[in-house]
Design a protein around this ligand. Structure first.
Ligand code: UDP
Length: 239
């Protein structure tokens, strides 16, 4: 069981894969709507929510670089993929009445707002869900690191990672039925044990800024809302 902590502002990182549903590639609208519903439920409870969506369902820089595209160019393509996902999520949220703003680390002002920290904070204060797109705006990074960076900049109480499973396990629970889920870990445990939760740069940034990381299943109904109430199943990583 998660501990009862009062959260007022959090950042939720969802990988591109989570929007894919059963498809092998791209955006599954029904799945995107499901994730949007989970965000709405937590937001309706008065929580300020920011989102970072990955791009791996559309384009991954590293694999494209392996097949011959120059690495930085491939990474910029990956960042553009996250903008597509952010727009899909914006559309899904607005359809159910949640006001949103997409802010991109790579300015593309005909599509969305450029990322300006103080404007982002203002949007959150006004109760808008802010979706941060285009990662950090720099190649050689990932959206996990972007999520950690924005969580620190927005002074979030926690960084949530919505995954396919309900926490961090000592081995892959899909392959090992005896895999053990951790209730709590320290940031240092994750780094030292090389647990596959987030990139080590993201975990280090959260450690240095004393921001907990909460790993939970984005696919379990009500899990985001429940974890925020201290009731859901998750792993809490904190110093
Ligand atoms: N990317 C990048 N810089 C960033 C964030 C993302 O270059 O700050 C690129 C990188 O090529 C990455 C792709 O965008 O492979 C998609 O992001 P990610 O793999 O983190 O998405 P996820 O695995 O969360 O779906």
């Amino acid at each position: 069981m998660a501990e009862k902590i009062k959260y007022s502002r959090v950042l939720l990182k969802v990988s591109g894969e989570a929007l894919m549903g059963d498809k092998a590639y791209g955006i599954d609208v029904a799945m995107t709507n499901k994730v949007a519903n989970e965000v709405k439920k937590a937001h309706d409870g008065g929580l300020q929510v920011c989102l970072v969506i990955g791009g791996g369902n559309i384009f991954r820089g590293l694999s494209a670089a392996a097949s011959g595209i120059e690495r930085s160019t491939a990474d910029y393509m990956g960042m553009l993929a996250t903008v597509m996902n952010a727009l899909a999520m914006q559309s899904a949220l607005e359809r159910i009445g949640v006001t949103t703003r997409v802010m991109s680390a790579i300015p593309m002002t005909t599509v969305c707002e450029p990322y300006i920290r103080r404007r982002a904070v203002r949007h959150l204060e006004k109760g808008r869900v802010v979706i941060f797109a285009a990662g950090t705006g720099n190649p050689y990074f990932t959206t996990d690191t972007a999520a950690a960076l924005r969580a620190a900049e927005m002074d979030c109480d926690a960084l949530l990672k919505g995954t396919q499973v309900d926490g961090v396990y000592d081995s892959d629970p899909k392959e090992n039925p005896d895999a053990k889920r951790y209730d709590t870990l320290t940031h240092m445990d994750v780094i030292a044990k090389e647990l596959k939760v987030m990139d080590s740069s993201a975990v280090t940034l959260m450690k240095e800024n004393n921001i907990p990381i909460i790993v939970f299943s984005i696919h379990k109904p009500d899990s985001f809302e429940n974890v925020m109430k201290g009731e859901g199943i998750c792993t809490i990583i904190r110093t």
